[in-house]
Design a protein around this ligand. Structure first.
Ligand SMILES: *Cc1c(COP(=O)(O)O)cnc(C)c1O
Length: 374
């Protein structure tokens, strides 16, 4: 029986072992654990990669979202528009500031925040926080125009979108990270750019905003023992920065390989059962953090693939508006029908740069076998 994991972090480490081991050893030899030189070096490299002026390393993707919203002045009484089809951290970060989430329905094909729905629900919103879910960028021009009309900022949850590209209406290509006021990235180990623990970054083209986030992540410091504002212990760990700096060097190529794998899956699975492969969106160029299939037989397909050694996962089975931790918002099943139908139909296949074409064929064969026996 095959054993194909959803992601293979060991295969990834094997590729980078020499560089990572040396980079970590240098940090340890210098005992430069907090705000060591590797942090600034990685920040410069990641800003260049993301085509923005500033990247501020922080402790996690959740911290990136939280600090960016605090820096944007979001607080108690404010309303932040965001999707319910996301990882819980997007919404938790809103709650940490004291603000309230307003959930916006998604496009039924892409799973991304629907600009028309945002427009209908924009009254009273103080900030829009769309999510580039599964690595596919939201329609930034459409959402950006609504924000501009309302006179409110846009912050991207780019936790899954390192190196995803957006083609604007005028044909210019922009990378996720610099479109709005800021973007928030996660370097959780399984993300396309993954650390050896928790890590994240806020990117922006606004110098004052970058300075504020940098201060907030480090106890509000202006100098070692002068604290201008209340901050947080949310710095990017130097050891993580050293790891990330090495792995960033192959990220564009790694994302390209993921796109190649996605193309193979979509070609080989076209017309199989009732499967719907990810939609073609020529202006929204995914880094394929997830490869998401949709089917009316999701639960049975998921169980069959797991029994047959294919590491599939549901990203994400319970939308945030139906999470027990958000019961106090008063949502019930049926309140967000498009989001709920989407969550009930999705399953993610294994995808990572080291996945071989033979492994792709094994996954495809298992999916086909399921539809042959039903
Ligand atoms: C991973 C993720 C986060 C949180 O990042 P952490 O580094 O785990 O804190 C936030 N939003 C989305 C969409 C994510 O996928």
């Amino acid at each position: 029986m095959p054993n194909i994991p959803l992601v293979d972090l060991k295969a990834n480490y094997a590729r980078h072992k020499e560089g990572i081991d040396a980079a970590m050893k240098e940090v340890i030899d210098n005992t430069a654990f907090i705000q060591g030189p590797a942090v600034k070096q990685f920040e410069a490299d990641f800003a260049a990669f993301s085509q923005v002026k500033y990247a501020v390393g922080v402790a996690s993707g959740t911290a990136a979202l939280h600090l960016a919203m605090v820096a944007a002045g979001i607080g108690p009484g404010d309303v932040v528009a965001t999707p319910s089809h996301t990882f819980i951290a997007t919404v938790e970060a809103i709650s940490y500031t004291g603000a309230t989430p307003r959930f916006i329905e998604i496009d039924p094909e892409t799973g991304l925040m629907d600009p028309q729905e945002l427009k209908k629900n924009i009254d009273g919103v103080k900030l829009v926080l769309p999510v580039h879910i599964h690595g596919r960028p939201v329609d930034l021009d459409a959402i950006g125009a609504i924000c501009a009309d309302a006179g409110i900022p846009l912050i991207e949850d780019a936790a899954q979108a390192q190196g995803s590209d957006y083609i604007k209406a005028d044909g210019t290509k922009v990378r996720c990270g610099g479109y709005g006021l800021a973007a928030c990235f996660s370097f959780y180990p399984g993300k396309n750019l993954g650390a050896f623990g928790d890590a994240g970054a806020v990117t922006t083209n606004d110098e004052a905003f970058a300075k504020k986030v940098a201060q907030l992540r480090d106890h509000g410091r202006t100098s070692k023992y002068v604290h201008e504002m209340l901050g947080f212990p949310e710095r990017l760990d130097t050891l993580q920065a050293a790891v990330l700096k090495v792995k960033l060097t192959t990220l564009d190529a790694d994302n390209e390989r993921r796109r190649e794998i996605a193309k193979l899956y979509s070609e080989k699975l076209a017309g199989v059962g009732d499967l719907r492969t990810p939609p073609e969106t020529p202006n929204l160029i995914s880094n394929y953090h997830h490869y998401v299939l949709r089917t009316g037989q999701r639960d049975a397909l998921e169980a069959f693939l797991k029994e047959n050694g294919v590491g599939v996962v549901i990203h994400y089975p319970v939308p945030v508006h139906l999470q027990p931790s958000y019961a106090d918002l008063g949502y019930k099943k049926g309140d967000m029908p498009i989001t709920e139908a989407y969550a009930d139909s999705i399953v993610s296949l294994p995808i990572f740069p080291e996945l071989t074409n033979e492994q792709v064929d094994t996954v495809v064969a298992a999916v086909k076998k399921y539809f042959e026996q039903v």
